[in-house]
Design a protein around this ligand. Structure first.
Ligand code: FRU
Length: 451
């Protein structure tokens, strides 16, 4: 094993027992210790699903990024594996940033961004490759970096060039990568390769509009039932009355690709999740050809309760969601095995750690989870499904200059399916037509009651 990876491994084994489990989720993926953010490298490899993730094991705050690694057969039970990548080369010395995975000739390949901070403080972001024959130990290739800002057109900012998502199309490999336009506009560029080692710039795949954020982090591209989709997480998407209220949002962009010109022609944009904490989703294809996505359940610029409480860990992933095309939007469905792992809960029950509530609704309903002085509220009111954490005692604040306690989505709701874990609530409206995902931290008894 490489030196830094060995050191991390030893540190995790020696220190994971001190992590305070009070709010640590039972059914949502979290690391054994330390800070995590984006899911990376989601892939099906030799009968198992691999999840890599942005990882700083040494503290419960963001730091020089490693790639944590875990695998699962069913998305319910996860095995932690040794860290896959550590920032130990000149081309990734200040962090192995987000990226993705693909399987070629029974070898697992990773493409990731090397973050390099120069002595004068300027930043360089470059793309690198690593591979593994056994799905556990990864070798960074001698050719790294495989793509630098020099291949980008002048109108793009080379210092903001990150988060490659790999895919294969018509026998060629591609990566959609986030790049900032010099006009402070988010863009997605397309890189192409025949062998995963030699990469060239293909096109500006999609350029946003001024109100759609200055940097589009973690783009994902896929086709579903003949419809092309990009999901992307724009920084500072301009808010409307109800949507894009978080400083950084996650959006679904529907369209079609003109493969001759290699451009994505967009037809609509919508917010993918309407809660407080859903960012940087990444998808994979499962063994049945279903597209499954998973996101980071947090948002930049927010306080992190387990860190403030010195619990030794911070952040987790959302539940995985099977994506279905629904017009130009994405309907999200929690896989059956995951659903079955949550015990049913009813109004009036006390929530122990995890539970699932299924509710048919034909009128407004407001529900409360918690005790008299420490609770969250959610439900359906005046045509919107909402979640409100303003009465949670452990307050979560953000860099937003507007109130963020309440999030909502306007929808004609007939059914709510709600998943609770020790630190989260995920609401699926009308079988995944809309979703609201939020982290919650309640300290008292968690009674579910109707208000
Ligand atoms: C998104 C992000 C990515 C970057 C990574 C760094 O949450 O900012 O753009 O690669 O996190 O940890």
């Amino acid at each position: 094993m490489r030196k830094k990876i060995e050191e991390v491994h030893q540190y995790i084994q020696e220190n994971k027992a001190i992590v305070n489990q009070t709010f640590k989720p039972e059914k949502h993926f979290s690391a054994e210790i330390g800070w995590i953010n984006d899911p990376n490298g989601c892939v099906f490899f030799r009968g198992e699903y691999h999840l890599f993730y942005q990882f700083y094991p040494y503290d419960s705050v963001w730091g020089p990024m490693h790639w944590g690694h875990a695998k699962t057969k069913d998305f319910v039970n996860w095995d932690h594996l040794p860290v896959a990548l550590a920032p130990d080369m000149p081309y990734d010395k200040d962090g192995c940033f987000s990226g993705s995975a693909i399987v070629k000739d029974d070898t697992l390949w990773l493409m990731y961004t090397g973050n390099v901070v120069n002595e004068d403080g300027t930043v360089v972001q470059i793309q690198n490759m690593a591979y593994s024959k056994d799905g556990i130990h990864f070798e960074k290739i001698a050719e790294n970096p495989v793509a630098t800002g020099r291949i980008l057109p002048k109108e793009l900012v080379a210092a903001d060039f990150r988060d490659p998502k790999l895919f294969e199309k018509n026998g060629r490999y591609y990566a959609v990568v986030a790049a900032k336009h010099q006009d402070e506009i988010g863009t997605v560029v397309l890189l192409g390769s025949d062998n995963l080692i030699d990469w060239n710039f293909e096109s500006i795949f999609l350029k946003g509009e001024a109100h759609q954020g200055f940097m589009w982090e973690c783009p994902d591209f896929f086709e579903l039932d003949g419809q092309a989709f990009i999901t992307v997480s724009p920084m500072r998407y301009q808010r409307t009355d109800e949507d894009f209220i978080n400083l950084n949002s996650t959006v679904t962009i529907a369209g079609q690709v003109d493969w001759d010109k290699k451009v994505f022609v967009q037809t609509s944009v919508s917010e993918l999740d309407h809660g407080h904490d859903f960012y940087a989703p990444q998808s994979l294809l499962d063994d049945k050809g279903q597209r499954i996505t998973i996101a980071w359940m947090h948002n930049w610029g927010r306080t992190v309760v387990p860190h403030e409480l010195k619990h030794g860990w911070a952040c987790n992933m959302t539940l995985p969601r099977i994506l279905h095309k629904s017009g130009e939007k994405l309907r999200q469905q929690v896989p059956d095995a995951v659903l079955a792992s949550f015990p049913e809960l009813h109004v009036g029950d006390e929530l122990d750690a995890i539970g699932r509530l299924d509710l048919d609704i034909d009128q407004d309903i407001v529900l409360r989870l918690g005790d008299d002085s420490d609770y969250i509220e959610f439900g359906y009111q005046a045509g919107s499904v909402f979640i409100d954490r303003s009465h949670q005692k452990l307050e979560i604040t953000g860099e937003e200059e507007w109130p963020i306690n309440r999030r909502s989505v306007t929808v004609d709701a007939q059914h709510l399916q709600i998943f609770f874990d020790k630190n989260s609530v995920e609401i699926f409206v009308n079988h995944g037509q809309e979703s609201l995902t939020s982290a919650i931290y309640l300290q008292g008894k968690k009674i579910l009651q109707q208000v």
